[in-house]
Design a protein around this ligand. Structure first.
Ligand code: BGP
Length: 463
Protein backbone atom coordinates (compact mmCIF):
# COMPACT_ATOMS: atom_id res chain seq x y z
CA UNK A 1 0.00 0.00 0.00
CA UNK A 2 1.32 3.44 -0.91
CA UNK A 3 0.00 5.47 1.99
CA UNK A 4 0.43 9.23 1.96
CA UNK A 5 0.95 11.58 4.92
CA UNK A 6 -2.00 12.55 7.11
CA UNK A 7 -3.97 15.48 5.61
CA UNK A 8 -2.38 14.97 2.21
CA UNK A 9 -4.29 17.15 -0.27
CA UNK A 10 -5.86 15.23 -3.17
CA UNK A 11 -6.79 17.80 -5.71
CA UNK A 12 -7.17 18.88 -9.30
CA UNK A 13 -6.05 21.95 -11.18
CA UNK A 14 -7.69 24.03 -13.83
CA UNK A 15 -7.73 27.71 -14.74
CA UNK A 16 -10.32 30.41 -15.33
CA UNK A 17 -9.51 31.00 -19.01
CA UNK A 18 -9.57 27.27 -19.78
CA UNK A 19 -12.81 26.38 -18.03
CA UNK A 20 -15.17 29.34 -17.56
CA UNK A 21 -16.09 30.45 -21.07
CA UNK A 22 -16.39 34.13 -21.82
CA UNK A 23 -19.92 34.65 -20.60
CA UNK A 24 -20.53 38.19 -19.38
CA UNK A 25 -16.84 39.07 -19.63
CA UNK A 26 -16.18 42.74 -20.30
CA UNK A 27 -12.56 42.41 -21.43
CA UNK A 28 -10.63 40.01 -23.60
CA UNK A 29 -7.43 38.34 -22.53
CA UNK A 30 -4.72 37.56 -25.05
CA UNK A 31 -6.20 34.17 -25.87
CA UNK A 32 -9.73 35.50 -26.40
CA UNK A 33 -8.27 38.07 -28.75
CA UNK A 34 -6.05 35.65 -30.63
CA UNK A 35 -8.83 33.11 -30.97
CA UNK A 36 -11.36 35.68 -32.26
CA UNK A 37 -8.80 36.87 -34.79
CA UNK A 38 -7.67 33.48 -36.04
CA UNK A 39 -9.91 30.56 -34.95
CA UNK A 40 -8.23 28.29 -37.49
CA UNK A 41 -5.03 28.46 -35.46
CA UNK A 42 -6.90 26.37 -32.88
CA UNK A 43 -8.09 22.81 -33.02
CA UNK A 44 -11.53 22.27 -34.57
CA UNK A 45 -12.51 25.88 -34.03
CA UNK A 46 -13.28 25.19 -30.36
CA UNK A 47 -12.32 28.15 -28.28
CA UNK A 48 -12.21 29.94 -24.97
CA UNK A 49 -15.61 31.48 -25.67
CA UNK A 50 -17.40 28.45 -24.22
CA UNK A 51 -14.48 26.34 -22.90
CA UNK A 52 -16.07 23.78 -20.53
CA UNK A 53 -18.89 26.17 -19.63
CA UNK A 54 -17.86 26.38 -15.97
CA UNK A 55 -19.33 29.88 -15.69
CA UNK A 56 -22.81 28.44 -16.25
CA UNK A 57 -22.29 24.91 -14.93
CA UNK A 58 -20.21 25.37 -11.80
CA UNK A 59 -23.05 24.43 -9.44
CA UNK A 60 -23.28 21.03 -11.15
CA UNK A 61 -19.57 20.67 -11.98
CA UNK A 62 -18.36 21.14 -8.42
CA UNK A 63 -20.34 18.24 -6.87
CA UNK A 64 -19.17 16.06 -9.77
CA UNK A 65 -15.56 16.94 -8.98
CA UNK A 66 -16.16 16.04 -5.36
CA UNK A 67 -17.55 12.71 -6.53
CA UNK A 68 -14.23 12.13 -8.32
CA UNK A 69 -12.40 12.55 -5.00
CA UNK A 70 -11.21 16.11 -5.60
CA UNK A 71 -10.89 17.72 -2.17
CA UNK A 72 -8.97 20.79 -3.29
CA UNK A 73 -9.51 22.71 -6.51
CA UNK A 74 -6.81 24.95 -7.85
CA UNK A 75 -8.21 27.42 -10.31
CA UNK A 76 -7.53 31.02 -11.28
CA UNK A 77 -9.25 34.36 -11.26
CA UNK A 78 -9.23 36.07 -14.63
CA UNK A 79 -7.77 39.56 -14.41
CA UNK A 80 -9.70 40.35 -17.59
CA UNK A 81 -12.96 39.32 -15.92
CA UNK A 82 -12.59 40.77 -12.43
CA UNK A 83 -11.24 44.22 -13.20
CA UNK A 84 -13.40 46.83 -14.89
CA UNK A 85 -10.74 49.55 -15.25
CA UNK A 86 -7.15 48.31 -15.17
CA UNK A 87 -5.51 51.59 -14.18
CA UNK A 88 -8.02 52.44 -11.44
CA UNK A 89 -8.32 48.80 -10.45
CA UNK A 90 -12.10 49.07 -10.11
CA UNK A 91 -14.01 45.80 -10.16
CA UNK A 92 -16.85 44.39 -12.22
CA UNK A 93 -19.63 43.53 -9.75
CA UNK A 94 -20.98 40.61 -11.77
CA UNK A 95 -17.54 39.05 -11.76
CA UNK A 96 -17.21 39.54 -8.01
CA UNK A 97 -20.59 37.83 -7.53
CA UNK A 98 -19.50 34.92 -9.73
CA UNK A 99 -16.20 34.33 -7.93
CA UNK A 100 -17.89 34.72 -4.53
CA UNK A 101 -20.49 32.13 -5.38
CA UNK A 102 -17.92 29.81 -6.92
CA UNK A 103 -15.85 29.92 -3.70
CA UNK A 104 -18.93 29.38 -1.52
CA UNK A 105 -20.11 26.48 -3.67
CA UNK A 106 -16.69 24.84 -3.42
CA UNK A 107 -16.69 25.19 0.36
CA UNK A 108 -20.27 23.90 0.67
CA UNK A 109 -19.18 20.82 -1.26
CA UNK A 110 -16.19 20.18 0.96
CA UNK A 111 -13.63 21.39 -1.61
CA UNK A 112 -10.90 23.79 -0.53
CA UNK A 113 -10.16 26.52 -3.10
CA UNK A 114 -6.56 27.37 -4.01
CA UNK A 115 -6.58 30.54 -6.09
CA UNK A 116 -4.05 31.62 -8.67
CA UNK A 117 -3.88 35.12 -10.12
CA UNK A 118 -2.43 34.66 -13.60
CA UNK A 119 -2.63 31.61 -15.82
CA UNK A 120 -1.01 33.14 -18.93
CA UNK A 121 -4.14 35.29 -19.43
CA UNK A 122 -2.84 38.84 -19.79
CA UNK A 123 -5.68 41.30 -20.57
CA UNK A 124 -5.18 42.14 -24.24
CA UNK A 125 -5.59 45.85 -23.54
CA UNK A 126 -2.49 45.77 -21.34
CA UNK A 127 -0.63 43.65 -23.86
CA UNK A 128 -1.29 46.11 -26.67
CA UNK A 129 -0.86 49.28 -24.65
CA UNK A 130 2.23 48.33 -22.64
CA UNK A 131 3.49 45.00 -23.99
CA UNK A 132 2.11 43.09 -20.99
CA UNK A 133 4.93 41.94 -18.72
CA UNK A 134 7.49 43.59 -20.98
CA UNK A 135 6.57 46.66 -18.94
CA UNK A 136 7.34 47.37 -15.30
CA UNK A 137 4.20 49.51 -15.08
CA UNK A 138 2.19 46.34 -15.66
CA UNK A 139 3.94 44.72 -12.69
CA UNK A 140 2.43 47.50 -10.55
CA UNK A 141 -1.00 47.03 -12.09
CA UNK A 142 -0.68 43.31 -11.38
CA UNK A 143 0.13 43.97 -7.72
CA UNK A 144 -2.94 46.24 -7.49
CA UNK A 145 -5.13 43.53 -8.98
CA UNK A 146 -3.64 40.96 -6.58
CA UNK A 147 -4.44 43.21 -3.63
CA UNK A 148 -8.06 43.50 -4.80
CA UNK A 149 -8.34 39.73 -4.99
CA UNK A 150 -6.96 39.26 -1.46
CA UNK A 151 -9.36 41.90 -0.10
CA UNK A 152 -12.39 40.48 -1.88
CA UNK A 153 -11.88 36.75 -1.38
CA UNK A 154 -9.15 36.37 1.25
CA UNK A 155 -11.66 35.80 4.08
CA UNK A 156 -12.44 32.33 2.65
CA UNK A 157 -9.30 31.46 0.72
CA UNK A 158 -6.10 30.53 2.57
CA UNK A 159 -3.87 29.48 -0.35
CA UNK A 160 -2.89 31.97 -3.03
CA UNK A 161 -0.56 31.86 -6.03
CA UNK A 162 0.84 34.67 -8.10
CA UNK A 163 1.55 32.86 -11.39
CA UNK A 164 1.16 29.60 -13.21
CA UNK A 165 4.29 28.60 -15.15
CA UNK A 166 5.82 32.03 -15.74
CA UNK A 167 8.50 30.32 -17.84
CA UNK A 168 5.85 29.38 -20.41
CA UNK A 169 5.03 33.07 -20.88
CA UNK A 170 8.59 33.46 -22.24
CA UNK A 171 8.66 30.24 -24.18
CA UNK A 172 5.28 30.75 -25.79
CA UNK A 173 5.12 34.50 -26.24
CA UNK A 174 8.76 35.54 -26.75
CA UNK A 175 10.78 32.56 -28.01
CA UNK A 176 8.91 29.76 -29.73
CA UNK A 177 5.64 31.38 -30.81
CA UNK A 178 2.94 29.23 -29.29
CA UNK A 179 1.32 32.00 -27.23
CA UNK A 180 0.28 35.51 -28.14
CA UNK A 181 2.09 37.97 -28.74
CA UNK A 182 4.00 35.40 -30.87
CA UNK A 183 7.31 37.27 -30.77
CA UNK A 184 10.82 35.86 -31.21
CA UNK A 185 13.10 38.04 -29.12
CA UNK A 186 15.60 36.44 -26.75
CA UNK A 187 16.75 39.61 -24.94
CA UNK A 188 13.15 40.71 -24.45
CA UNK A 189 12.34 37.25 -23.05
CA UNK A 190 15.11 37.82 -20.49
CA UNK A 191 13.53 41.11 -19.39
CA UNK A 192 10.07 39.52 -19.23
CA UNK A 193 11.50 36.76 -17.02
CA UNK A 194 12.82 39.37 -14.63
CA UNK A 195 9.59 41.37 -14.68
CA UNK A 196 7.56 38.26 -13.90
CA UNK A 197 9.71 37.60 -10.85
CA UNK A 198 9.31 41.23 -9.86
CA UNK A 199 5.52 41.16 -10.34
CA UNK A 200 5.31 38.06 -8.17
CA UNK A 201 7.34 39.72 -5.39
CA UNK A 202 5.19 42.87 -5.58
CA UNK A 203 1.99 40.82 -5.24
CA UNK A 204 3.52 38.94 -2.30
CA UNK A 205 4.40 42.28 -0.68
CA UNK A 206 0.71 43.27 -0.88
CA UNK A 207 -0.25 39.94 0.65
CA UNK A 208 2.16 40.43 3.55
CA UNK A 209 0.72 43.89 4.26
CA UNK A 210 -2.69 42.29 4.75
CA UNK A 211 -1.81 38.98 6.35
CA UNK A 212 1.74 39.25 7.65
CA UNK A 213 3.95 36.25 7.82
CA UNK A 214 2.48 33.96 10.44
CA UNK A 215 1.55 31.16 8.04
CA UNK A 216 -2.21 31.12 8.65
CA UNK A 217 -2.64 32.25 5.07
CA UNK A 218 -0.05 31.27 2.51
CA UNK A 219 1.12 32.58 -0.80
CA UNK A 220 3.22 30.83 -3.39
CA UNK A 221 3.91 30.53 -7.04
CA UNK A 222 3.44 27.65 -9.47
CA UNK A 223 6.43 26.56 -11.54
CA UNK A 224 6.74 23.95 -14.24
CA UNK A 225 9.96 22.15 -13.41
CA UNK A 226 11.72 20.16 -16.09
CA UNK A 227 14.89 18.63 -14.59
CA UNK A 228 17.65 18.83 -17.20
CA UNK A 229 19.49 15.57 -17.91
CA UNK A 230 22.64 15.61 -20.03
CA UNK A 231 22.98 13.25 -23.00
CA UNK A 232 26.43 12.12 -21.83
CA UNK A 233 29.21 12.68 -19.34
CA UNK A 234 31.07 14.84 -21.85
CA UNK A 235 32.04 18.30 -20.68
CA UNK A 236 30.05 19.94 -23.46
CA UNK A 237 26.84 18.03 -22.72
CA UNK A 238 27.23 18.66 -18.99
CA UNK A 239 27.66 22.39 -19.60
CA UNK A 240 24.54 22.39 -21.79
CA UNK A 241 22.53 20.70 -19.04
CA UNK A 242 23.88 23.13 -16.46
CA UNK A 243 22.68 26.11 -18.50
CA UNK A 244 19.34 24.42 -19.25
CA UNK A 245 18.81 23.91 -15.53
CA UNK A 246 19.57 27.58 -14.83
CA UNK A 247 17.38 28.82 -17.62
CA UNK A 248 14.43 26.46 -17.37
CA UNK A 249 14.17 26.00 -13.63
CA UNK A 250 16.41 28.12 -11.42
CA UNK A 251 15.58 31.44 -13.10
CA UNK A 252 12.21 31.30 -11.34
CA UNK A 253 12.80 28.83 -8.52
CA UNK A 254 15.74 30.67 -6.96
CA UNK A 255 14.17 34.14 -6.67
CA UNK A 256 10.83 32.67 -5.54
CA UNK A 257 12.30 30.61 -2.69
CA UNK A 258 15.79 31.98 -2.01
CA UNK A 259 15.15 35.61 -2.95
CA UNK A 260 17.91 35.87 -5.54
CA UNK A 261 18.76 34.98 -9.10
CA UNK A 262 21.45 32.33 -9.62
CA UNK A 263 24.76 34.17 -9.91
CA UNK A 264 25.99 31.86 -12.68
CA UNK A 265 22.98 32.78 -14.84
CA UNK A 266 23.47 36.49 -14.16
CA UNK A 267 27.13 36.13 -15.12
CA UNK A 268 26.31 34.46 -18.45
CA UNK A 269 23.56 36.93 -19.39
CA UNK A 270 25.82 39.84 -18.47
CA UNK A 271 28.68 38.46 -20.55
CA UNK A 272 26.30 38.10 -23.50
CA UNK A 273 25.06 41.69 -23.03
CA UNK A 274 21.42 40.65 -22.49
CA UNK A 275 21.05 40.98 -18.73
CA UNK A 276 17.74 42.45 -17.52
CA UNK A 277 17.38 45.98 -16.23
CA UNK A 278 16.99 45.89 -12.47
CA UNK A 279 17.18 48.47 -9.70
CA UNK A 280 18.62 47.83 -6.22
CA UNK A 281 15.16 48.56 -4.73
CA UNK A 282 13.53 45.93 -6.90
CA UNK A 283 16.19 43.38 -6.06
CA UNK A 284 15.69 44.13 -2.37
CA UNK A 285 11.95 43.49 -2.77
CA UNK A 286 12.61 40.18 -4.53
CA UNK A 287 15.00 39.26 -1.73
CA UNK A 288 12.44 40.07 0.94
CA UNK A 289 9.18 38.83 -0.54
CA UNK A 290 9.72 35.13 -1.10
CA UNK A 291 7.03 32.45 -1.14
CA UNK A 292 5.55 30.36 1.69
CA UNK A 293 4.94 27.37 -0.53
CA UNK A 294 5.49 26.11 -4.04
CA UNK A 295 3.23 24.49 -6.57
CA UNK A 296 5.21 22.32 -8.97
CA UNK A 297 3.75 21.28 -12.30
CA UNK A 298 5.45 18.23 -13.66
CA UNK A 299 4.92 16.64 -17.04
CA UNK A 300 8.25 15.70 -18.61
CA UNK A 301 12.03 15.96 -18.21
CA UNK A 302 14.39 18.09 -20.27
CA UNK A 303 16.92 15.98 -22.22
CA UNK A 304 19.83 18.12 -23.23
CA UNK A 305 22.96 17.92 -25.36
CA UNK A 306 25.57 20.44 -26.46
CA UNK A 307 24.34 22.66 -29.29
CA UNK A 308 25.59 22.63 -32.84
CA UNK A 309 27.18 26.04 -32.42
CA UNK A 310 27.80 26.49 -36.13
CA UNK A 311 24.07 26.48 -36.81
CA UNK A 312 23.39 29.22 -34.28
CA UNK A 313 24.19 32.88 -34.44
CA UNK A 314 25.19 34.93 -31.43
CA UNK A 315 23.83 38.00 -33.20
CA UNK A 316 20.26 37.08 -32.39
CA UNK A 317 20.57 35.99 -28.80
CA UNK A 318 18.47 32.98 -27.93
CA UNK A 319 18.93 30.70 -24.91
CA UNK A 320 19.24 27.83 -27.38
CA UNK A 321 22.78 28.87 -28.18
CA UNK A 322 23.66 26.92 -25.04
CA UNK A 323 21.75 23.69 -25.54
CA UNK A 324 19.91 21.41 -27.92
CA UNK A 325 17.12 18.98 -27.16
CA UNK A 326 18.15 15.38 -27.22
CA UNK A 327 15.92 12.40 -27.95
CA UNK A 328 17.09 9.72 -25.59
CA UNK A 329 16.98 6.28 -27.26
CA UNK A 330 14.40 4.03 -25.64
CA UNK A 331 12.50 6.82 -23.96
CA UNK A 332 8.83 6.23 -23.22
CA UNK A 333 6.57 8.71 -24.96
CA UNK A 334 3.02 9.93 -24.64
CA UNK A 335 2.69 9.91 -28.39
CA UNK A 336 -0.51 11.99 -28.52
CA UNK A 337 1.05 14.92 -26.70
CA UNK A 338 4.65 14.33 -27.75
CA UNK A 339 6.02 14.44 -24.20
CA UNK A 340 8.37 11.91 -22.65
CA UNK A 341 6.99 9.98 -19.67
CA UNK A 342 9.62 9.80 -16.94
CA UNK A 343 8.14 9.61 -13.42
CA UNK A 344 11.60 9.29 -11.85
CA UNK A 345 12.09 13.01 -12.46
CA UNK A 346 9.40 13.70 -9.87
CA UNK A 347 11.54 11.90 -7.30
CA UNK A 348 14.53 14.00 -8.37
CA UNK A 349 12.46 17.16 -7.99
CA UNK A 350 11.38 16.10 -4.50
CA UNK A 351 15.00 15.66 -3.45
CA UNK A 352 16.10 18.88 -5.12
CA UNK A 353 13.52 20.84 -3.12
CA UNK A 354 14.50 19.00 0.06
CA UNK A 355 18.21 19.59 -0.38
CA UNK A 356 18.52 22.96 -2.11
CA UNK A 357 15.37 24.93 -1.28
CA UNK A 358 15.08 24.75 2.52
CA UNK A 359 12.77 21.75 2.15
CA UNK A 360 10.01 24.30 1.61
CA UNK A 361 6.39 23.10 1.67
CA UNK A 362 5.34 22.15 -1.86
CA UNK A 363 2.76 20.15 -3.74
CA UNK A 364 2.35 18.73 -7.22
CA UNK A 365 0.10 21.40 -8.67
CA UNK A 366 -0.30 19.68 -12.08
CA UNK A 367 0.46 16.24 -13.43
CA UNK A 368 -1.52 14.36 -16.02
CA UNK A 369 -1.79 12.68 -19.36
CA UNK A 370 -3.29 14.23 -22.49
CA UNK A 371 -4.87 11.68 -24.82
CA UNK A 372 -6.74 12.24 -28.05
CA UNK A 373 -10.03 10.65 -29.21
CA UNK A 374 -10.87 9.15 -25.86
CA UNK A 375 -14.25 8.03 -27.24
CA UNK A 376 -12.21 5.08 -28.56
CA UNK A 377 -12.08 3.79 -25.01
CA UNK A 378 -15.75 4.14 -24.07
CA UNK A 379 -17.62 1.13 -22.74
CA UNK A 380 -21.27 0.36 -23.52
CA UNK A 381 -22.40 2.78 -20.77
CA UNK A 382 -20.43 5.65 -22.25
CA UNK A 383 -17.68 5.61 -19.62
CA UNK A 384 -14.14 6.31 -20.86
CA UNK A 385 -12.03 3.39 -19.62
CA UNK A 386 -8.75 5.27 -19.32
CA UNK A 387 -6.54 2.62 -17.76
CA UNK A 388 -3.53 4.29 -19.41
CA UNK A 389 -4.21 7.41 -17.31
CA UNK A 390 -4.59 5.42 -14.10
CA UNK A 391 -1.26 3.74 -14.82
CA UNK A 392 0.38 7.12 -15.57
CA UNK A 393 -0.90 8.66 -12.34
CA UNK A 394 0.12 5.63 -10.29
CA UNK A 395 3.66 5.66 -11.65
CA UNK A 396 4.05 9.32 -10.74
CA UNK A 397 2.49 8.86 -7.33
CA UNK A 398 4.89 6.00 -6.58
CA UNK A 399 7.87 8.21 -7.44
CA UNK A 400 6.42 11.02 -5.34
CA UNK A 401 5.82 8.65 -2.45
CA UNK A 402 9.50 7.69 -2.47
CA UNK A 403 10.42 11.37 -2.39
CA UNK A 404 8.15 11.98 0.58
CA UNK A 405 9.49 8.93 2.39
CA UNK A 406 12.96 10.41 1.85
CA UNK A 407 11.82 13.50 3.72
CA UNK A 408 10.60 15.91 1.04
CA UNK A 409 7.94 18.25 2.38
CA UNK A 410 5.20 17.62 -0.19
CA UNK A 411 1.64 18.18 1.00
CA UNK A 412 -0.48 17.24 -2.00
CA UNK A 413 -0.98 15.95 -5.50
CA UNK A 414 -3.23 17.70 -8.02
CA UNK A 415 -4.20 16.08 -11.27
CA UNK A 416 -4.40 18.13 -14.43
CA UNK A 417 -7.36 18.17 -14.66
CA UNK A 418 -10.79 17.56 -13.10
CA UNK A 419 -13.08 18.19 -16.06
CA UNK A 420 -11.64 18.09 -19.61
CA UNK A 421 -10.84 21.69 -20.44
CA UNK A 422 -9.74 23.91 -23.28
CA UNK A 423 -6.13 24.79 -24.01
CA UNK A 424 -4.49 27.12 -26.54
CA UNK A 425 -2.22 24.39 -27.84
CA UNK A 426 -4.58 21.46 -27.87
CA UNK A 427 -8.05 22.89 -27.55
CA UNK A 428 -10.01 19.70 -26.86
CA UNK A 429 -7.86 17.36 -28.94
CA UNK A 430 -5.92 15.94 -26.02
CA UNK A 431 -8.07 15.35 -22.99
CA UNK A 432 -6.64 15.28 -19.47
CA UNK A 433 -9.72 15.11 -17.23
CA UNK A 434 -10.91 12.63 -14.65
CA UNK A 435 -14.30 13.72 -15.98
CA UNK A 436 -15.22 13.76 -19.67
CA UNK A 437 -16.82 16.81 -21.21
CA UNK A 438 -18.94 16.20 -24.31
CA UNK A 439 -18.19 19.64 -25.65
CA UNK A 440 -21.15 19.95 -27.99
CA UNK A 441 -23.73 19.18 -25.31
CA UNK A 442 -21.61 20.04 -22.27
CA UNK A 443 -22.54 16.71 -20.68
CA UNK A 444 -20.02 15.68 -18.06
CA UNK A 445 -19.41 12.12 -16.84
CA UNK A 446 -16.76 10.48 -14.68
CA UNK A 447 -14.12 8.45 -16.48
CA UNK A 448 -12.75 5.25 -14.96
CA UNK A 449 -9.86 7.37 -13.62
CA UNK A 450 -12.43 9.56 -11.81
CA UNK A 451 -13.75 6.56 -9.87
CA UNK A 452 -10.20 5.39 -9.25
CA UNK A 453 -9.10 8.81 -7.98
CA UNK A 454 -12.12 8.96 -5.65
CA UNK A 455 -10.95 5.72 -4.04
CA UNK A 456 -7.34 6.87 -3.73
CA UNK A 457 -8.44 10.15 -2.20
CA UNK A 458 -10.76 8.39 0.29
CA UNK A 459 -8.08 5.85 1.31
CA UNK A 460 -5.24 8.36 1.20
CA UNK A 461 -3.26 6.01 -1.03
CA UNK A 462 -3.47 2.96 -3.24
CA UNK A 463 -2.32 -0.66 -3.47
C1 BGP B 1 0.35 23.23 -18.45
C2 BGP B 1 -0.59 24.39 -18.27
C3 BGP B 1 -2.04 24.02 -18.34
C4 BGP B 1 -2.40 22.89 -19.30
C5 BGP B 1 -1.37 21.79 -19.33
C6 BGP B 1 -1.55 20.81 -20.46
O1 BGP B 1 1.56 23.68 -18.96
O2 BGP B 1 -0.40 25.02 -17.03
O3 BGP B 1 -2.75 25.20 -18.55
O4 BGP B 1 -2.82 23.35 -20.50
O5 BGP B 1 -0.05 22.29 -19.39
O6 BGP B 1 -1.05 21.34 -21.65
P1 BGP B 1 -1.81 21.23 -23.02
O7 BGP B 1 -3.24 21.50 -22.71
O8 BGP B 1 -1.22 22.26 -23.89
O9 BGP B 1 -1.58 19.85 -23.52
Amino acid sequence: MFEFPKNFAWGAATSGPQSEGNFKKKHQNVFDYWYAKDPKAFYAGVGPDTASNFYNDYREDIPLMRQAGIKVLRTSIQWSRLIADFEKCSVDEEAVAFYNDMIDTLLENGITPYLNLCHFDMPVELQHKYGGFESKHVTDLFAGYAKRCFELFGDRVDHWFTFNEPKVILDGGYLYQFHYPLKVDGPLAVQVAYNLNLASAKAIAEFRKLYGNDGTKKIGTILNLTPAYAASESKADQAAAEFAELWANKMFLDPAVLGEFPSKLVEILEKDGVLWEATPEELALIKQDTVDLLGINFYHPFRVKAPEISAKSLQDWMPDIYFDNYEMPGRVMNVDKGWEIYPEALYDIALNIRDNYHNIEWFVSENGMGVSREERFMDEHGMVCDDYRIEFLKEHLRALHRGITAGSNCHGYFVWTGIDCWSWQNAYRNRYGLIRDEIHTQTKTLKKSGYWFAKVSAQNGFE
